[in-house]
Every structure is written in structure tokens, then in C-alpha cells.
Design a protein around this ligand. Structure first.
Ligand code: NAD
Length: 335
């Protein structure tokens, strides 16, 4: 019997053709992206999704033949992983496909903030030419602090080194060899916040990383630092960030992710000239889209071929319950 693969959202044409031409597969597509027709769901053996498709316990209960879900994304907040485990369904994602794009956007935000590119462009378009208002900040010789030295964090570290920066990272779950291999100093979270001229976040969203940066840390964060977040919005407490901006505790911020997305029109973040905002576009490149589609197609073929799995979800169990090595993370109001 053919394996029925239901693709619920956009998928690169080359990878679609590859699946369609693979013997033993029948490929189906959702008519409305992000939705799943119950009749197709019941007969599907695999779902190939992106972040618009919500996978709930209720949905999986109806998916009597489902063995596999692959999301062509890094993030997996749209999938009830506990329910998938309960129903014995394997889940994989394609995080490797997005490394380059997310690291590139992170650096785009760092450069835009340090050279004040977005403020400069706004000024020129407004017919002004007041260069004295736009004094930048040279990166070479400064300290770059990375929170989460995983796939994207290590690529961002390489880029920082190319700019002549000294790089340190906080990641309690990363192996010593990774720090050594990338020539990144291992520091505590507090040391990174106290000493870095640029800080960027590359952690997953877990109970431990929720509001990892809040008032208690902003109080001692290095004055004049540039802050960048391309990981998950819940990592930074936005109201506390607004206070830090108003107090002048940080120089500027580049944010691609938010507590609530789309960012509400009432958000105070929209008011600060020194804050650069992008609408969660860290993985939005043609290349990442193609790499993610092909990775999903390959994983699907291998899974039904010889049972091989890779980049399965959930990731490391230790992220979700290990004791935090830095006390403020255990702030009781930290949800
Ligand atoms: P990854 O799993 O390779 O790396 C995450 C790292 O964070 C790991 O090394 C892990 O040990 C570390 N970590 C976990 N808990 C931590 C904690 N409490 N404190 C410090 N470090 C901790 O993930 P990745 O592929 O590098 O992605 C990083 C983040 O970027 C994820 O949240 C992902 O969803 C996000 N992302 C966003 C976009 C975007 O569009 N903006 C695109 C791709 C990825």
C-alpha cells in the first residue's frame, strides 16, 4: 500500500516533484494552507507542515493511520508534542535549514543598530541631513555575548569573530568541546550580561528561558549594550525592556520575535527610535525555504524506507527541568 503524504502548507516545487516521483508514495495537498481536511487526515501516514498548521491532541485522535509529522521549521510551538508521543507519532523538524538565514538576520540587526542604519535611512527620507545625530558604535575589539550556543549561536559567533569581536557565550547544556572548537569563552549568564557590548539570544522557548531577560537582569546589564533577539519573543520581558530603553540602560535593540505575534499596534516598542523591529523573518529566505522543503522530503523518504529518524522532537529533555545555574532565572514570578 502506498504511503499517503499530506502537505499542508507551501512546499518547494523541486521537493514536491521528488516526493511525487518516489515509488510507494502518494502526495496530497491541503486546499487551504494550514488546514487539514478530516477525510484526508484519516487516511494520511505523514503530515508535512509548517508553523501555520496547529497540531493538537484532538486532531491527532482522528489521525488513525498517522505515523509521522515533519515540520519544515526550526520552531515547534505549533505542535502538541506530548500528544504526538501519546499517539506514538514520530515528529521531526528541519532546524539545520535555517541556520544561515537566522544568523544573517541576527547580524543584520546588529549592524543596523551599531551603525544606526535604520535611523539614518528614516532621517534622509524625511529630507534631513543631520549627521551629528547619528554617531555609531565600532564593533571591532568589543565583546559579543551569545545566549544559547547551538546551531545558530555558533554561526553568529563565527560572524562576530570575523568582525574582530571577542566572543563569549552562556549555555549550560552545551558541551565544552563546542566552546573550544569555536574559540568561544564559557561565562555565566550574569557575566555575559555584565560584560557584553552586544548580546544576542539563540535559545529555545522553554519554562526556563521564559522571561530570561527581565528587570532583575536589566538593572545590571552593561550600560549602552546592543540587544538582539531572533529566538523566541517570550525570552525577553517586553514591558521591562521598555523600561530599560526609557532609562537608557541599553543603547538599542533589534527584535524579530515578540511576546505576541503579530506585534499589537498598541505595543510600546513601536515608539522607540532606537528599536528596530522585523516581523519574524529569521527563516524567510528562498534558500532556507528550499533547504527546509528538501530536508523534510528526505526525512520522509528515509523514515518510510528504513525507519531512520533525525532531528526528532522534543529536543533535549534536560532543557525542560534541569536546575538553572543562575539564580534570577528562578524568579518565582517567572511563570
Ligand atoms: P539549537 O537547539 O541548535 O540551540 C539552542 C541552544 O540553546 C542549545 O545549545 C541549548 O543548549 C541552549 N539552551 C537551552 N536552554 C538554555 C538556557 N536555559 N540557557 C541558555 N542556553 C540554553 O537551536 P537553533 O537552531 O540554534 O535555534 C535557536 C532559536 O532560534 C530557537 O528558539 C529557534 O526557534 C529560533 N529560530 C528563530 C528563527 C526566526 O525566524 N527568527 C529562525 C530559526 C530559529
Amino acid at each position: 500500500m502506498k504511503k499517503r503524504i499530506l502537505i499542508t502548507e507551501r512546499f518547494a516545487q523541486d521537493s514536491l516533484s521528488f516526493l511525487q516521483q518516489t515509488p510507494g508514495f502518494e502526495v496530497l495537498r491541503s486546499k487551504i494552507p494550514g488546514t487539514i481536511d478530516p477525510a484526508l487526515l484519516v487516511t494520511s501516514h505523514a503530515l508535512l507542515i509548517r508553523s501555520q498548521t496547529l497540531i493538537t491532541d484532538k486532531l491527532l485522535e482522528q489521525a488513525k493511520n498517522l505515523q509521522l509529522i515533519i515540520t519544515s521549521t526550526s520552531g515547534f510551538d505549533h505542535i502538541d508534542l506530548a500528544a504526538a508521543a501519546k499517539w506514538g507519532i514520530t515528529v521531526m523538524h528541519t532546524p539545520t535549514a535555517h541556520i544561515e538565514s537566522a544568523a544573517q538576520l541576527t547580524w543584520g540587526l546588529v549592524l543596523a543598530c551599531s551603525s544606526r542604519i535604520f535611523e539614518a535611512s528614516k532621517m534622509v527620507k524625511a529630507g534631513l541631513w543631520d549627521r551629528n545625530q547619528l554617531i555609531g558604535f565600532e564593533l571591532a575589539g568589543q565583546n559579543y555575548g551569545i545566549i544559547g550556543l547551538g546551531r545558530i549561536g555558533t554561526r553568529v559567533a563565527q560572524m562576530a569573530q570575523t568582525f574582530g569581536m571577542t566572543v563569549a557565550a552562556y549555555d549550560p547544556y552545551q558541551d565544552e568541546e563546542v566552546f573550544a572548537q569555536h574559540k568561544v569563552a564559557r561565562l555565566s549568564y550574569e557575566e555575559i550580561l555584565r560584560t557584553s557590548d552586544v548580546i544576542s539570544f539563540h535559545v529555545p522557548q522553554t519554562p526556563e528561558t521564559k522571561y530570561m531577560l527581565r528587570r532583575s537582569q536589566f538593572e545590571f546589564i552593561r550600560r549602552g549594550t546592543i540587544l538582539v533577539n531572533t529566538s523566541r519573543g517570550m525570552v525577553i520581558h517586553e514591558a521591562d525592556l521598555c523600561e530599560a530603553l526609557e532609562q537608557g540602560w541599553i543603547r538599542s535593540a533589534g527584535l524579530d520575535v515578540f511576546e505576541k505575534e503579530p506585534l499589537p499596534r498598541t505595543s510600546k516598542l513601536l515608539n522607540y527610535p532606537q528599536v528596530l523591529l522585523t516581523p519574524h523573518i529569521g527563516a524567510n529566505t528562498e534558500e532556507a525555504f528550499h533547504k527546509a522543503s528538501q530536508a523534510a522530503a528526505n526525512k520522509c523518504v528515509r523514515f518510510f524506507g528504513d525507519g531512520t529518524t533525525s532531528e526528532t522532537l522534543p529536543p533535549k529533555a534536560s532543557w525542560y527541568g534541569a536546575p538553572a545555574p543562575f539564580a534570577p532565572l528562578h524568579d518565582p514570578s517567572n511563570g
